[in-house]
Design a protein around this ligand. Sequence first.
Ligand SMILES: *Cc1c(COP(=O)(O)O)cnc(C)c1O
Length: 413
Amino acid sequence: MTLNPAPNSFRTGPDERGRFGIFGGRFVAETLMPLILDLEKAYADAKADRSFKADMESYGTHYIGRPSPLYYAERLTEHLRAQAPAGQGAKIFFKREELNHTGSHKVNNVLGQILLARRMGKPRIIAETGAGQHGVATATLCARFGLKCVVYMGAVDVERQAPNVFRMKMLGAEVIPVQSGTRTLKDAMNEALRDWVTNVSDTFYCIGTVAGPHPYPAMVRDFQSVIGIETKQQMLEMEGRLPDSLIACIGGGSNAMGLFHPFLDDRDVEIYGVEAAGHGVQSGLHAASLTGGRPGVLHGNRTYLLMNEDGQIADAHSISAGLDYPGIGPEHAWLHEMGRVTYLSATDAETLEAFKLCSMLEGIIPALEPAHALSKVMELAPTKPAEHLMVLNLSGRGDKDIPQVAQIFGQTL
Ligand SMILES: *Cc1c(COP(=O)(O)O)cnc(C)c1O
């Protein structure tokens, strides 16, 4: 029995209610509904406006530094071929989002939302942040456009991520430590949603991943799709054909959706998402919502979540603060159920190995988040033929992780 017949296209969602199959939607307080509808309309207008697209391209080029290179990781490729049976070992490419201004893919989405906030005449921007990367990107663009910026951050994360807290303050943002719940990312997001309801007239909520109520998951995906659009074009120029596989790490899932979406209907392209398995999915200490969670509702949408037997949201664990979210974007939940994307998970230990290998072989210190995906490249590449073209989304640089990794390796700075 086929429960989910493959649709004609995997790229048409969401429907008018914001659903991807049974996932997504907008489960919000009545008071938020007018704001959400306003935003949906403003985004639809902007999408149809050529001047909005021109602004995205212009700031994308001159401020963010796009396009990011598609880079042939030659030494990593050779290293993995040496471990593979004869004639095997994929050719590995990095999509270098770590070279963007502020050091990750987050800025692609923030640029889009801030330009939208300007169109809507909203002078005050709020955001949630976990590791602080989205907060820094938001504070950066608010500085650039002279907008007031308030960032909600769990008190535990404020402690753990002191350099990024300082960065946001340098950029003129106000950082509010959130004391509720587990005092981490999910609580920061709750607090931001509360702020939005109470400051309806002047405030724009800039969400950092493909989560939240409709239209956020689709809008953030669209802004991040520049990653996949460029990759397609660059691979055609370099190799004269499409890649054979794509792979990206998943926290909420925005860098992955950005790379994947333009390829979803190229059915010969294999697609892999990599969740954080922490100490292992069996241990209970992980952030693998698809691999180890079940469907529920959080932050305005239905998706796979980590929860306990009573349905309370469980704590996520990952070595990487950027993957430490107990949910996943609803479009990923749908792609998982449709079987279009294969979801794997990587442990903290596997991630650290990949982190070291990439630094030593390619002279690129990756963020711990994409190091999760890299560890699965190390497993998958040797099983593929030598002509197989594999693209890893290198979503961010590792500078922010240096103090933490040094501590794990027993070094003092
Ligand atoms: C925030 C972050 C992630 C996780 O977010 P997604 O929405 O899943 O992309 C991944 N990589 C880096 C470098 C990040 O900063």
